[in-house]
Ligand binder design. Structure first.
Ligand code: 3DU
Length: 221
């Protein structure tokens, strides 16, 4: 109760932890350790291929789970996958947008109240760099909740921020891939996605808290 009433301690975490491991116990231990201190935990194919979709439910005990499945298929298939993620308690799902409006709309429809994020630019050069503006338009028209844009490529992050009013931006590329957390937040990321820098650290919680305080120190002045 105290916590809820103190506006200085209710500062919401701006970090999404990318939990890219295979081992079930390692995944659950990490989720338990950092779950309360992050905005969400993002899982990707490595976790799912080893453990199956049921792990989404298990990890959801500790944090909001965003499934980074980078959907890129026809409407029926992406709907089927999205429906499964929802059934297992996912908080969010990440889809590609280059597959076009029809496919992305199918994700949004099947997602119901799950948050849909679409990829409009990657943390490494890709063909998407030629079509980022169009991808933002498609994403907005499909009604996604947020966009994935790189925290380590300022030009593209700025561009996405400028062209995507009202959408949340989540940004990989911070830490192991060279991006700086404060720069990313200043350029428009709402949440930064950090994986290896945290889970490969000898003390993941301490490393996470270091990232959080670097944001709080620089941005809340
Ligand atoms: O580089 P890290 O270990 O901090 O992890 C970044 C995560 O974000 C990882 O799951 C990766 O698959 C995902 N991601 C990117 O790194 C870059 C993108 O453009 C999109 C997703």
């Amino acid at each position: 109760l105290l916590y809820m009433h103190n506006k200085y301690t209710t500062m919401e975490s701006k970090i999404i932890f990318a939990l890219d491991v295979y081992d079930y116990n390692t995944a659950v231990d990490l989720a338990r350790t950092v779950g309360e201190k992050v905005f969400a935990i993002k899982i990707n194919w490595p976790v799912i291929l080893e453990n199956g979709i049921k792990i989404v439910r298990d990890l959801s005990k500790y944090a909001n789970i965003i499934c980074d499945f980078k959907l890129a298929d026809i409407d029926n298939t992406v709907s089927m996958i999205t429906t499964k993620v929802k059934e297992y308690g996912g908080y969010g799902i990440i889809s590609h947008s280059f597959t076009g409006l029809n496919s992305l709309k199918a994700v949004v429809k099947s997602a119901g109240n799950m948050k849909v994020f679409s990829v409009v630019s990657m943390s490494q050069e890709s063909y998407l760099d030629n079509i980022t503006e169009e991808l933002i338009k498609i994403s907005m028209e499909a009604g996604v909740y947020g966009l994935v844009a790189p925290g380590n490529r300022p030009y593209y992050l700025k561009k996405v921020k400028e062209l995507s009013e009202g959408l949340k931006i989540i940004s990989p590329g911070v830490g192991a891939q060279g991006g700086d957390i404060v720069n990313a937040m200043l350029l428009g990321s709402d949440y930064v996605i950090i994986g290896r820098s945290i889970y490969n650290s000898p003390d993941p919680l301490e490393t996470l808290e270091g990232f959080s305080s670097s944001i709080n120190n620089k941005l809340n002045k």
